[in-house]
Design a protein around this ligand. Structure first.
Ligand code: ATP
Length: 199
C-alpha cells in the first residue's frame, strides 16, 4: 500500500491548504524545533480516526484546529485528506485510489468521507482493519512506542501480532456478534415476561 499524498488545511500549524506528495522510497521531513514536523504524523493519525487527544498531543479535540497567531485569525475547522494508491487492492475497496477525509468544526461537528462520500468512523476503522495502518495499527511508530511495546502486558502485545497476522477483523466480528447475541437474548427474556403476563 502506497501513500500518495496528504492534504492538510486548518490543522495545527497548517492554516493554509498544504499538500505533501509522497514518492516511492523514503520521505524525510526536516525543520527546526517546533516548526510542525510531528504535526504531520498527527495529521495522519487523526485522519485515520484517532480519538485520543493525548495521542494527538492536545487536551481537547478542538486544539487540532489552527488557533491563530498575532498575525492570523484562528480557523473555523480542520480538514485532512490522506490519499492511498490501492491498485494492489490491499484495502477492501473497489477503486485504485482511496481518499480518506476527516473534517472537524469548532462547534464539535465532524465528518468522515471516503472518496468524497460521507461515511461513519466505523467504516474507516473497518477499512483499515488488519492492514497495520489504522488508528491502532503499528505503522506509525511515535516517540516512546517501542518502549511501550516492550513493556506492555502480553495480552496487549498480542493485539499487535493479531493485527499483523490479519485476524483483528475476526476478533472484531466475534465481539460484534456476541454483543448482538446478548441483545437478542435480552429481547427474548422481555418477550417471555410479556407472554407469561398475558397467559
Ligand atoms: P520538535 O523537533 O521539537 O519535535 P516539531 O517540528 O515536531 O518539533 P511539532 O511538535 O510538530 O514540531 O509542532 C509544535 C508546534 O505546533 C508548536 O509551536 C505549537 O504551538 C504548534 N501548534 C500545535 N497546535 C496548534 C494549533 N492548534 N494551532 C497553531 N499551532 C499549533
Amino acid at each position: 500500500m502506497l501513500l500518495k499524498s496528504l492534504e492538510i488545511q486548518g490543522f495545527k500549524t497548517f492554516p493554509d491548504k498544504t499538500t505533501l506528495k509522497f514518492d516511492r522510497g523514503i520521505t524525510a521531513v526536516v525543520g527546526p524545533n517546533g516548526s510542525g514536523k510531528s504535526n504531520i504524523s498527527d495529521a495522519v493519525r487523526w485522519v485515520l480516526g484517532e480519538q485520543s487527544t493525548r495521542t494527538l498531543r492536545c487536551t481537547r479535540m478542538e486544539d487540532v484546529i489552527f488557533n491563530g497567531t498575532p498575525a492570523r485569525k484562528p480557523q473555523g475547522y480542520a480538514e485532512v485528506t490522506l490519499t492511498i494508491d490501492n491498485s494492489d487492492r490491499r484495502l477492501d475497496f473497489d477503486g485504485d485510489t482511496v481518499a480518506i477525509t476527516r473534517r472537524y468544526y469548532r462547534s464539535g461537528d465532524s465528518e468522515y468521507l471516503i472518496n468524497k462520500v460521507a461515511v461513519r468512523l466505523r467504516d474507516i476503522n473497518e477499512l483499515f482493519m488488519d492492514t497495520g495502518l489504522g488508528r491502532d495499527g503499528y505503522s506509525i511508530i511515535g516517540q516512546g512506542k517501542i518502549d511501550s511495546i516492550v513493556g506492555a502486558r502480553s495480552e496487549d502485545r498480542r493485539e499487535i501480532f493479531e493485527e499483523a497476522a490479519g485476524i483483528s477483523r475476526f476478533r472484531y466480528r466475534k465481539e460484534e456478534s456476541e454483543r448482538r447475541l446478548s441483545q437478542a437474548e435480552e429481547n427474548l427474556l422481555r418477550l417471555r415476561d410479556i407472554l407469561s403476563e398475558l397467559e
